[in-house]
Design a protein around this ligand. Structure first.
Ligand code: BEZ
Length: 239
């Protein structure tokens, strides 16, 4: 696209919005979103093209970790603007031929959407013409069991996503919901969480007393509380 050419303004879904509904043809049959995904977290992610190296490394990694996401009650849905036969041939090649960083024989069991029409990609703002007009960028949408978009992450075409981070964000979203807290930088299960300072408004049942030995206030606006790793995992896995 020319530098000074006016770009089309598209309404892109944002964090807090209801995720757009869609019906799509996939490698696992037709899916209806959100109807088929009620009661689950969903990660809907796009990639630019089948039979490309970065995307292949990403699919192998997601395929390897799929059980972890499943255990956290999260369903995965992939998407690119390639057709179904391309998807099937690519996933078969990945399973039968590709070995990368110790991963091999990786079978992708989650659905991969045929979005040749760009119908779903357009609804989710995955086509970003400044980066590529005919391919989806690497977008990741986290959608909660109520169908609300809770996190959106974009990567450019040239950089593969960090799947440990994608998993960390899912667990952090579920933890902050379950325990009515916030997660500080680089939070992982077992680390302290952020809680409202004693005497502040909101989340009354979570208000911490100054005498609570599990709470540390670093200043009046910044209090953290110990939260046991097992307690977190017990709550957020399989729910
Ligand atoms: C890749 O997955 O390797 C790729 C796809 C589109 C553009 C650049 C890289």
């Amino acid at each position: 696209m020319e530098e000074n050419q006016e770009r089309e303004i598209v309404a892109m879904p944002r964090i807090g919005d209801k995720a757009p509904a869609f019906t799509a043809k996939t490698t696992q049959g037709e899916i209806k979103f959100p109807d088929d995904y009620k009661g689950h977290w969903t990660i809907l992610f796009s990639h630019p093209a089948d039979f490309t190296p970065v995307c292949t490394s990403e699919f192998m990694t997601f395929g390897k970790m799929a059980g972890q996401f499943e255990e956290a009650n999260c369903k995965l849905i992939g998407l690119s603007v390639d057709g179904l036969y391309s998807h099937i041939a690519w996933l078969r090649t990945i399973k039968e031929k590709i070995e990368f960083k110790g991963m091999k024989n990786i079978e992708i069991k989650f659905p991969l959407i045929d979005d040749v029409s760009m119908n779903v990609a357009s609804k989710f703002g995955m086509i970003q013409p400044g980066e590529a007009a005919t391919q989806a960028v690497r977008a990741v949408f986290y959608i909660d069991p109520r169908g609300i978009i809770r996190t959106i992450i974009y990567y450019p075409l040239s950089i593969g996503r960090n799947f440990d981070e994608l998993y960390r964000v899912l667990i952090a979203l579920k933890t902050t919901d379950e325990f009515a807290c916030a997660a500080p930088a680089d939070w992982r299960p077992g680390d302290e969480v952020i809680v409202p300072p004693a005497g502040s408004c909101g989340m009354a049942e979570q208000r911490m007393s100054k005498s609570d030995p599990d709470v540390t206030c670093h200043d009046w606006f910044f209090c953290t509380r110990k939260l046991d790793k097992d307690e977190v995992l017990k709550k957020v896995l399989k729910k």
